[in-house]
Design a protein. Structure first.
Length: 503
């Protein structure tokens, strides 16, 4: 089976730096089911193509067959696995391009962070659902998709088409994002995996789906196929995506398991069970933790009478969008270090136009800004580890699920910037409670909730940090549990409310 990746970004041969594979050499990597070869059919200044060729050993493949494959099945020996792109190719990608998938390139860091013109070709891809399914999964990610049906036999067109397509993707994308999308979507389109699913498969999915899966309109279908409709794993993955603040705003009030009918009706009564009481109304679906965090932050801002609010580490602007809907907030600013996140927030229409922005956007909209007036809502790109005069002058600052993404040695810089220089009257800090992680099915012991978390604190560790900061910078401190407060392990999110002491 074959995968080719082509770029025309000059100098194109720098693709070798990103893949950590030299264009002048053919490299071979042993797999449990065969051998992967990486080579470059072309490597020039203006165009470069890297190829991953996977040579599957049929005997080794039989030895690694799925647990539920019957021993007498001819499917062990007569199948398309050595020839059609599948989870085998995804596994080979993860083994050979591991560093590239993490987005690391010490010699060309700016290249690893940049979107490149890419063309990806898979000559034979099993695609349950056909061409439309490939378009459905890849187009929302920004790809132009060309999926051509492969006939069963070109010599006998009356036999019709096979279940395979030749897939060509073109677009501008970070190479790491492209590889991670392929890693997830190849077995999803095939709707099969060559290995038995363990609970850590959720961790792999969350890690590879970072930055794109939570916002995909068909994420529920992707997750179900990737996890083979294993109900506990699917629920764990959907819950962790919702808890990571990655879900679009209009999805927060929906039960993710209702987004697409599952292969088996999970809501059907067991055989012989009594009919449900028609007078008893079904309980409403639980509110996702991401939404409960936002509600807790909003309620605290209302209680503190904060009108001017800055969201430090705003991501793509989920909280900013909610603040914008309420005219009690007279000045709203979102700040994030990620250029991509800021651009997404701009595309969502969150900042006000300096010349024609609406004051009190949405249903609370009030008059127009004049050409010289400051917009009510702004989105800025800046780092929280450096003082920035634009952070000053706010009633409240919010750091919602931010500090755990900061390397521990740099937390002191964040403290000085927020509490020492910006010095808002109120600071709200939320962070995961690591003690609660044992309640998440599918989260491996010792694993963190998000692949980018540098740490996750116990309640005692968070209290020690918060009390030290409050004492150092003259703030009073109180704690607010967010989510269901478990009597043994506490709430899933812990929030500290810092209020500046009167002079």
């Amino acid at each position: 089976m074959l995968l080719t990746i082509t770029t025309t970004a000059t100098p194109a041969a720098d693709l070798g730096y990103l893949l950590h594979k030299h264009p002048d050499r053919v490299q071979t990597f042993g797999q449990s089911f065969g051998t992967a070869h990486v080579f470059y059919p072309e490597a020039g200044e203006e165009r470069c193509t890297a190829a991953l060729l996977l040579d599957v050993d049929p005997v080794a493949l039989v030895r690694t067959r799925a647990k539920n494959t019957p021993d007498f099945s001819l499917g062990q020996y007569v199948n398309d696995r050595p020839y059609a792109a599948s989870s085998l190719l995804a596994s080979a990608m993860a083994n050979t391009f591991r560093t590239a998938m993490r987005g690391r390139c010490d010699l060309r860091p700016e290249l690893a962070a940049s979107a490149l013109p890419l063309e990806i070709v898979l000559p034979a891809l099993p695609c349950r659902g056909g061409r439309n399914q490939a378009e459905r999964f890849f187009e929302p990610l920004g790809w132009r998709v060309e999926a051509t049906r492969v006939p069963l036999d070109p010599g006998f067109p009356e036999w019709g088409d096979s279940r395979y397509v030749t897939l060509r993707l073109t677009g501008e994308m970070r190479l790491a994002d492209a590889l991670n999308q392929l890693y997830v979507l190849l077995p999803v389109l095939d709707d099969a995996k060559h290995y038995w699913l363990a609970p850590d498969e959720v961790d792999k999915l969350i890690r590879a789906g970072e930055g794109w899966l939570a916002g995909h309109p068909d994420r529920a279908a992707i997750i179900r196929r990737y996890l083979a409709d294993r109900r506990k794993l699917v629920r764990a993955a959907l819950g962790r995506l919702a808890d990571s603040d990655g879900s679009p705003e209009d999805e927060l009030d929906r039960d993710p398991l209702d987004e697409e009918p599952p292969a088996i009706d999970l809501t059907a009564a067991e055989p012989g069970a009594p009919d449900p009481d028609p007078e008893h109304e079904a309980a409403p679906p639980p509110v996702p933790l991401a939404e409960r965090r936002i509600q807790a932050v909003l309620e605290t801002l209302y209680a503190e009478g904060a009108g001017r609010v800055i969201d430090l580490g705003c991501g793509t602007g989920k909280l900013v969008a909610r603040l914008k809907q309420d005219n009690r907030f007279t000045k709203i600013t979102g700040v994030d270090v990620s250029y991509r996140a800021v651009q997404i927030a701009h595309r969502r229409g969150l900042p006000d136009d300096h010349g024609a922005g609406q004051h009190g956007a949405g249903q609370h909209g009030a008059g127009q800004h004049g050409p010289d007036q400051v917009p009510r809502v702004e989105i800025l790109q800046s780092a929280l580890t450096y003082t920035d005069e634009r952070f000053r002058g706010y009633d409240a600052a919010v750091l919602m699920e931010v500090i755990e993404h900061v390397d521990a040695p740099r937390l002191g810089a964040v403290e000085r910037v927020v509490f020492g220089d910006a010095r808002p009257r109120v600071v709200l800090v939320t962070t995961p409670n690591v003690e609660y992680n044992v309640r998440y099915e599918g989260l491996a012991p010792g694993a963190m909730r998000h692949p980018d978390h540098r740490f996750e604190w116990t309640r005692a560790e968070f209290a020690a940090w918060a009390e030290r900061v409050a004492a150092a910078y003259g703030y009073r401190l109180r704690y607010v549990p967010v989510g269901d407060d478990d009597p043994e392990v506490g709430a899933p999110t812990q929030m500290g409310v810092f209020t500046k002491e009167a002079a």
